[in-house]
Design a protein around this ligand. Structure first.
Ligand code: FPP
Length: 245
């Protein structure tokens, strides 16, 4: 099976964002509009994620990082949380089967300790099976929160100071970046949020300092190759100054 559908437009890879982070919002409203249970919206959202990540990989984007389950999502009803857990397990099992021989590497960031043993094992398996795949790294943020990640990093650095391994005066931005879950990837160039909400919602707070932000009213399950191309075109039309002139 061909992994990526042929992109209609060719882009100069040097100009493309290397890393696109996505807040996949609007699954519930998509389901409501169709008088379906919310979980059907999440199911359609998982399909959209598979489509978009393949397409992005084909386009030449190296990293896609999606907000799949936040530290706040535990507050949803037991029914919705358990529906999301079973979708997540299906997604991870499929990814192991479908992507093992392909070019998609799956990574997880966040604190997996609160997930079932089965999900934690499956995360380890899919990360191991896909670890040498090179075209695109799809990172799932699971039980992830930006503030939680910073607390985790501060604790790790404090421990190194306490153990005499780090001199406090040597701590700089690189030290912090190295202790984040994303230590081995570039910061996102572009953040996409669907469904008309104009917030970052505790997503990659440190890493998005200089990211371009793109908001669309399209609900996540309707976000397809055409919508992704529109976001990339918007990104390419902006000039990035990183605080300079
Ligand atoms: C927001 O929609 C989305 C989520 C809470 C989680 C994203 C989950 C998926 C795309 C599907 C599952 C993904 C994997 C990897 C299995 P919402 O429920 O907040 O939508 P609403 O604001 O319209 O209610």
């Amino acid at each position: 099976m061909a992994l990526f559908r042929k992109a209609k437009k060719e882009y100069d890879k040097a100009l493309l964002p290397k890393h696109v982070a996505i807040i996949m919002d609007g699954n519930g409203r998509w389901a409501k509009k169709r008088s379906l249970p919310r979980i059907m919206g999440h199911r359609a959202g998982a399909d959209a994620l598979r489509r978009v990540s393949r397409f992005a990989g084909h386009m030449g984007i190296e990293y896609i990082t999606v907000y799949a389950f936040s530290t706040e999502n535990w507050k949803r009803s037991d029914e919705e949380v358990s529906g999301l857990m079973s979708l997540l397990l299906d997604y991870l099992k499929n990814a192991e089967k479908e992507l093992g021989g392909d070019e998609v590497r799956i990574r997880v960031i966040g604190d997996p300790a609160r997930f079932s043993d089965e999900i934690q094992q499956q995360i380890k398996r899919v990360e191991a099976v896909t670890k040498d795949n090179k075209a695109v790294t799809v990172t799932l943020a699971l039980n992830y929160g930006g503030r939680d990640e910073l607390v985790h990093a501060v604790k790790a650095i404090a421990k190194e100071v306490q153990d005499g391994k780090t001199d406090p005066d040597s701590i700089d931005e690189k030290t912090v970046s190295r202790h984040l879950y994303t230590y081995d990837m570039p910061d996102p160039d572009l953040v996409i949020r669907t469904s008309g909400e104009l917030r970052l919602s505790n997503y990659l707070l440190w890493q998005t300092s200089y990211s371009e932000l793109y908001f669309t009213d399209t609900l996540w399950p309707d976000f397809d190759e055409k919508e992704f191309t529109k976001a990339i075109d918007a990104y390419l039309s902006r000039s990035r100054r990183f605080g300079g002139r």
